[in-house]
Design a binder for this molecule. Structure first.
Ligand SMILES: CC(=O)CC(=O)SCCNC(=O)CCNC(=O)[C@H](O)C(C)(C)COP(=O)(O)OP(=O)(O)OC[C@H]1O[C@@H](n2cnc3c(N)ncnc32)[C@H](O)[C@@H]1OP(=O)(O)O
Ligand SMILES: NC(=O)C1=CN([C@@H]2O[C@H](COP(=O)(O)OP(=O)(O)OC[C@H]3O[C@@H](n4cnc5c(N)ncnc54)[C@H](OP(=O)(O)O)[C@@H]3O)[C@@H](O)[C@H]2O)C=CC1
Length: 291
């Protein structure tokens, strides 16, 4: 199936990255959010990231201009009706995602493929709340989207072969690499990555190391590009906690118990970089550890 028009729901850090890479690959993108501020901020971030790509000679100034011309924004979800593929990238909460799909349904074309960028939530369950579970998939980008090569493709129990193959073709056109994952809590990347981040928070909670020593240990001792606490702040501590809760509830194993300190940071509204404070305080330059 020919995919030309993309709808992206949620203009946070993932939504803006997804809009960026689709627009650069020549797709028309309509980006939706519930807040005009988030839409305005997304365009600013995309412009900044495209500028950086031009200055590093990864793309031409003409490609930058074409990409920006391919992106429009809307506060009205029904405007996404006439698109070919929708990627939902709103907050990692099942009720939010389900409400978005239910609101979209009356406005969709029969051929439109629905996907979610969820980090952890059951694709089969999200699909079952729509009128097209066979045309529903997990389309999971990694952060930062313009840089990370992987897209996890997750089929729900009802997803049909043409839908999977269409999404695979789209990933190839984006110049990225797809990995196929079965629909179990948190799929592959987060099934492995998030327990490591949670363990790093336990390591901090139990006083085994400070924020600085934990991050330096994994950077210098295991060659990770970011320490696990720095990475948790980068992903968003609310998202990390939501993923741990899905693993804990979905697999019913105490090894996935979210660290109480992670819960406390989220309760405080210290969500990491996006709220300026998490395991580091980003209001200072360079950022200062908060413990
Ligand atoms: C939670 C989930 O559901 C799944 C997930 O996404 S898990 C998270 C997966 N992501 C990771 O693990 C990221 C780990 N971190 C890294 O790989 C690196 O630290 C990083 C790529 C983010 C930055 O790398 P760095 O070497 O410190 O910085 P820097 O040299 O400035 O940047 C490297 C590249 O990233 C780009 N970049 C950095 N931050 C960026 C951002 N926020 N958005 C877009 N591009 C960015 C830079 O422009 C640069 O691009 P080029 O190589 O094309 O020139
Ligand atoms: N962060 C990461 O590293 C990764 C995240 N993901 C997944 O991507 C999704 C988005 O995450 P991320 O971008 O980090 O989150 P953010 O918090 O940065 O962005 C979420 C955006 O969705 C908006 N939103 C909330 N409800 C609605 C709605 N009903 N309709 C439209 N927009 C809405 C929010 O608006 P407002 O701010 O006004 O609430 C916000 O702008 C999640 O499912 C997450 O698990 C996947 C891979 C990596």
């Amino acid at each position: 199936m020919e995919i030309a028009k993309i709808g992206v729901v949620g203009a946070g850090q993932m939504g803006n990255g997804i809009a960026h890479v689709f627009a650069l690959a020549g797709y028309k993108v309509l980006l939706n959010d519930i807040s005009q501020d988030s839409l305005d901020n997304a365009i600013k971030v995309i412009e900044g990231n495209l500028d950086r790509q031009v200055s590093r000679e990864k793309i031409t100034a003409e490609a930058r201009a074409d990409a920006l011309a391919n992106i429009s924004t809307t506060l009205k979800l029904p405007d996404l009706g006439p698109t070919d593929l929708i990627i939902e990238a709103a907050t990692e909460r099942e009720t939010v995602k389900t409400a978005i799909f239910e609101d979209l349904l009356p406005h969709l074309e029969p051929h439109t493929i629905l996907t979610s960028n969820t980090s952890s939530i059951s694709i089969t369950r999200l699909a079952s709340r729509t009128d097209r579970p066979e045309k529903f998939m997990g389309f999971h980008f990694m952060n930062p989207v313009p840089i990370m090569q992987l897209v996890e493709l997750i089929r729900g129990i009802a997803t049909d072969k043409p839908t999977y193959e269409t999404c695979l073709g789209v990933v190839e056109k984006l110049g990225k690499t797809a990995a196929s994952a079965e629909d179990f809590p948190a799929f592959i990347v987060n099934r492995i990555l998030m327990p490591m981040i949670n363990e790093a928070v336990y390591t901090l909670y139990e006083g085994v190391g400070s924020v600085k020593s934990i991050d330096e240990s994994l950077k210098l001792g295991a060659n990770h590009p970011m320490g696990p606490l720095e990475l948790a702040d980068f992903i968003g501590l609310d998202t990390c906690l939501a993923i741990m809760n899905v693993l804990h509830d979905g697999l019913a194993d105490t090894k996935y118990r979210p660290c109480p300190l992670l819960t406390k940071y989220v309760e405080a509204g210290w969500l990491g970089r996006k709220s300026q404070r998490g395991f580091y305080d980003y209001r200072k330059d360079p950022p200062v550890p908060t413990r």
